[in-house]
Design a protein around this ligand. Structure first.
Ligand code: FES
Ligand SMILES: [Fe+2]
Length: 378
């Protein structure tokens, strides 16, 4: 069977139009071989969202992450620019930086080779003077592509990739009314999920599960279901028209609306999936993101970020009312996490077989086909 894992014929049923289509075979969610192909053809080639740049507010601030197994360090240089470096020592390959903090230089914990934070150049390497032809300038940390849109940082491992602007398409215009540049991150929470990254993305982009999974929380929000929004860029999205912030549970007190909202943004909430694996929720008074770091076929790290306009975060009642929002996310996100973990358990069964889609799952079908477009053999 596995020699056919990437054979396009095997996926003909998922390729059909939504209401004739079948869901992806279980192996797409459980096979390490399928996962490795996704890493190679998707995550190593795409613009991957890795958080807001306010995580490194001052020169010297840094954090490290291992993204699809690649150690990376993000640092704000003394020139205030944020850069990404491959976090692998040029001596014998140790991971140079762990955790997060603030520093003047990066020093490898193994033999203390020391690198500049601005350009990664090697500035110190003890006992190397007898090494024939060794020149420090040849052994700097390797810089990776990092681009920023409206305070959101994106990492790309592929030197040949198109610029972030092309990847985003018209998304910056669609979301312009939210004035995202003027938002600040007020909270960041990590969860470890026992599910495939696609399980989680699919869940985030369909409302079919809301009445059941979120019975006790966001189901109480009144909404109307609209078809996917038109998108020219590597994203897809839903817009729902309703009153009241989507980031609050019923009856909870919140903040004033973002003053710059206009057009659709003044009438409801956008749920955006920025391919491959970042979800943005944008509602009247704030935005939140779901950032996924795929670890293996069945393990994914989820990071949930909350952003409010700077003017809101400075309000004297911010500390009092922000927990109303945090409670909504704490509760509804755990509901999604739990059901996603259950789905993964079921998908591991030898009896798993493709299912069918409801008309409320157009984006699940779109996401699955987006993945197939990239991973299947030509
Ligand atoms: S591996 Fe980093 S200094 Fe030796
Ligand atoms: Fe959900």
């Amino acid at each position: 069977m596995n020699d056919k894992l990437f054979d396009p014929h095997r996926y003909e049923a998922t390729r059909r139009p939504l209401l004739d289509a079948e869901t992806l075979p279980g192996a797409c969610y459980t096979s390490e071989e399928f996962f490795r192909r996704e890493v190679e053809t998707i995550f190593m080639k795409c613009w991957n969202f890795i958080g807001r740049e306010d995580r490194v507010p001052e020169p010297g601030c840094y954090f490290s992450l291992d993204f699809v197994g690649v150690p990376v360090v993000i640092v704000r240089g003394r020139d205030s620019r944020v850069r990404a470096f491959a976090n692998t020592c040029r001596h014998r390959g140790a991971r140079v930086v762990s955790g997060e903090g603030r520093c003047h230089t990066f020093s490898c914990p193994y033999h203390a080779w020391t690198y500049a934070i601005d350009d990664g150049r090697l500035i110190g390497a003890m006992d190397m003077e007898e090494t024939v032809g060794f020149e420090r300038k040849d052994f700097g940390l390797i810089e990776l592509r990092l681009e920023i849109w409206a305070g959101f940082m994106f990492l790309n491992f592929d030197p040949e990739a198109e610029p972030l602007e092309t990847w985003l398409g018209d998304l910056p215009q669609v979301l312009a009314p939210y004035d995202l540049d003027a938002m600040v991150t007020t909270r960041r929470v990590e969860y470890d999920l026992d599910c495939n990254w696609k399980v989680y993305v699919e869940n985030a982009m369909e409302s079919y599960h809301v009445p059941t999974v979120h019975q006790q929380t966001i189901q109480k929000q009144k909404r109307d279901h609209n078809p996917p929004i038109p998108a020219s860029g590597q994203y897809c999205g839903l817009f729902t028209r309703h009153k009241g912030s989507r980031a609050l549970l019923e009856g909870m007190k919140g903040f004033p609306h973002i003053p710059s909202l206009e057009g659709l943004s003044a009438e409801g909430t956008y749920y955006i999936l920025l391919y491959p694996s970042t979800m943005f929720g944008l509602t009247y008074d704030c935005m939140w993101w779901l950032e996924l770091h795929p670890l293996s076929a069945g393990k994914t790290r989820l990071i949930v970020g909350s952003c409010f306009p700077e003017s809101t975060a400075r309000r004297s009642d911010f500390a009092e009312l922000a927990p109303n929002y945090y409670e909504r996310w704490n509760r509804s996100i755990v509901e999604d996490n739990d059901v996603s973990n259950l789905q993964q358990i079921g998908l591991r069964s030898p009896f798993v077989a493709p299912g069918r889609f409801s008309h409320l799952e157009p984006l699940v079908h779109a996401i699955d086909n987006w993945v197939l477009d990239r991973v299947l053999d030509p």
